[in-house]
Ligand binder design. Structure first.
Ligand code: GTP
Length: 605
């Protein structure tokens, strides 16, 4: 489709930058699809569902992980406008992605499923948008569904935003109904960007990705001035300078342009392959006419959970380092540092925003970089004061000081749970089981409540969400954020195989749960480790006190036992198979532990 507003020289008055925010599954990607279709940037024959979810994992899981920015034209009142649209993820683990997208926009479309109403991430995303001073356009989606209750939920939203119910738009991402009205509303209500087109250039890097052919692709939101493709640029935070190979806009494919002007969203490629040369949150200016002051940038997110990632084949350690460096470009929330484990060799201790984030990172490392990995059980970070008064930041059970400890503090979160009122009792019970302290409770409309709890992070990151869903028949939603620390009665449980501590299996758990962890782990390992020619005790211990024990009985494993009759080829085959099997074994003292036993024992299910 022919656009009148040429990228690079668009009058900022005709630009509207907005993002779509919502609770998970309320239909952001589907509404974004209709917008792409109606504006004509994606031809009908190329259209497919969730067009902007470009990663295979996103398509397979049906969730958005990465924000995607795209430029679409929209004509209103005979005038063509340029809309910069960013589709954001909905899951709590990716709220950092949302916060970065918000900083690149002036408006936010707050999408609410008309069959569900306001949910926990609707509120958390809304508050983030308000903090960023964005204009909010409230929209009810899925109005085509027979179970939609738009009137009821419009009341809830109006109550929340202090607007009129008639201000809440009604659309269907599926049929396209109301989507054109939504685009008109965006033009009318979202303010045009306010940057100064004549000032020295300043562009905010809000995302980047590593492309093996072209190097780093940096996504930027121009704030002031202009960038030209033949002009040397400077990264203000890092102090490095580069000659851009290409500047461009995404509509929805990467389209090169000569320049990018104030208010526009686009990309820069410098041909640089060193991943340390690009930092999300940095400001780009020009070498010839540099800006005096960088843009505010972003606060680094704080990891919530840590786990060790180890290559199954230890020779892949350098590849793992390289892969993490590249992935970090596209995932600013990922942190990592090298670690060694007696049992697992060389690897990295990585920090994640939650378990879904951890799962996605391991999966991307395996798929995009072809690595076979083993990950240790995740844990949160504790501050442990040892008997001698030294303070230890424990991100890994192996960092837990030996001997007696004076005190341990654990991170806490403020959790907001929205549930239909008939499940209040079940939610309270669940939170109490997870050491939660109840705060206030408010009604949303007449049927549902929002409950506030203070809960240890370690209790919430693992199976809490699944249990919440099952106890409320899927109706409750959860959001949480950091809320200081609190003293806790925790212990480190070690697992010993034939008297040798296996660092990969150590865990920090609440004293009340230490015994059950010990029993569960020793039982699991007894089943997973094959019998060998001697007896193998498996023990769980707190310090020197043994709290659980299992024994693997001795066995002389003769693979030829069943092979009477002297068929030599068959014998050889079996012996070879046994030899191959041995290669995948780890020696722990004298005990051979198959690689699979580690994977199975460490799996969180
Ligand atoms: P995340 O990015 O994972 O947070 O999800 P999302 O908010 O982008 O939701 P998505 O667009 O993937 O939609 C979730 C589900 O709702 C999909 O199965 C869609 O087909 C369906 N859906 C979205 N919009 C509509 C709608 O207007 N009507 C109907 N009937 N279904 C819809």
């Amino acid at each position: 489709m022919q656009q009148k507003n040429k990228p690079g020289s668009t009058n900022p008055e005709l630009i509207r930058n907005f993002c779509i925010i919502a609770h998970i599954d309320h239909g952001k990607s589907t509404v974004a699809d209709r917008i792409l279709q109606m504006s004509g940037v994606v031809p009908q024959r190329e259209m497919h569902d969730r067009f902007l979810d470009r990663m295979d994992i996103e398509q397979e899981r049906g969730i958005t992980i990465k924000s995607q920015a795209v430029r679409v034209p929209w004509t209103f009142d005979g005038q063509e406008y340029t809309l910069g649209m960013i589709d954001t993820p909905g899951h709590v683990d990716f709220s950092y992605e949302v916060s970065r997208a918000l900083a690149a926009c002036e408006g936010a479309v707050l999408l609410v499923d008309a069959t569900q109403g306001i949910e926990a991430q609707t509120l958390s995303n809304l508050y983030m948008a308000i903090d960023n001073d964005l204009t909010i356009i409230p929209v009810l989606n899925k109005i085509d569904l027979p179970s939609a209750e738009p009137d009821k939920h419009a009341e809830e939203i109006a109550g929340l935003l202090g607007c009129d119910t008639s201000d809440v738009l009604r659309v269907s991402g599926k049929t396209g109904e109301g989507v054109a009205d939504l685009l008109d509303r965006i033009v009318m209500e979202v303010p045009a960007p306010t940057g100064d087109p004549d000032a020295p250039a300043r562009a905010l890097i809000f995302d980047s990705v590593y492309d093996s052919y072209r190097g780093i692709v940096t996504y930027i939101r121009m704030v002031d001035g202009e960038l030209h493709s033949r002009e040397r640029i400077r990264m203000m935070g890092l102090g490095t300078t580069h000659d851009p190979i290409e500047l461009g806009v995404i509509q929805p494919d990467m389209t090169p342009t000569d320049s990018l002007g104030a208010g526009e969203v686009g990309y820069v490629i410098t041909g640089v392959k060193d991943v340390r040369q690009s930092k999300v949150g940095d400001t780009i200016t020009t070498e010839a006419r540099p800006a005096a002051q960088a843009l505010p940038g972003y606060r680094d997110p704080k990891p919530m959970v840590y786990a060790g990632l180890f290559p199954i084949d230890n020779a892949q350690f350098p590849e793992l380092r390289d892969a993490l460096d590249k992935l970090k470009l596209n995932d600013a929330a990922l942190v990592y540092e090298p670690e060694t484990s007696v049992a697992l060799g060389f690897g990295f201790r990585c920090g994640f925003l939650g378990l879904l984030h951890m799962e996605i990172v391991s999966e991307r490392l395996q798929r995009e970089f072809g690595l076979d990995l083993i990950s240790t059980a995740p844990n949160v970070e504790y501050d442990v004061t040892a008997e001698d008064g030294t303070l230890h930041h424990v991100k890994n059970p192996s960092e837990f000081p030996d001997g007696k400890v004076k005190s341990i503090v654990e991170p806490m979160v403020a959790a907001d749970i929205i549930t239909p009122k008939e499940f209040i009792g079940s939610v309270m019970e669940l939170c109490q089981d997870h050491r939660g302290q109840m705060g206030t409770m408010e009604y949303i409309g007449t049927e549902r409540v929002e409950m506030h709890y203070r809960i240890p992070l370690a209790e919430i990151v693992f199976d809490f969400f699944d249990q919440l869903k099952s106890r409320t028949r899927g109706y409750a939603s959860l959001d949480y954020h950091e809320d200081g620390e609190q003293k806790a009665d925790l212990v480190k449980v070690d697992i010993l195989i034939q008297g040798e501590k296996v660092d990969a299996f150590s865990a920090i758990v609440h004293r009340d749960k230490a015994y059950s962890y010990g029993v569960m782990m020793t039982k699991k390992l007894r089943e997973l480790i094959p019998r060998q020619q001697f007896e193998i005790p498996i023990q769980a211990a707190i310090g020197s006190r043994i709290i659980a024990r299992e024994t693997i009985r001795a066995l002389r494993k003769d693979v030829l036992a069943k092979c009477y009759g002297g068929d030599i080829t068959r014998k050889r085959k079996l012996l070879e198979k046994q030899k191959a099997g041995k290669k995948r074994m780890k020696m722990l003292g004298h005990v051979e532990v198959p690689q699979e036993a580690f994977i199975a024992a460490l799996s969180t299910d």
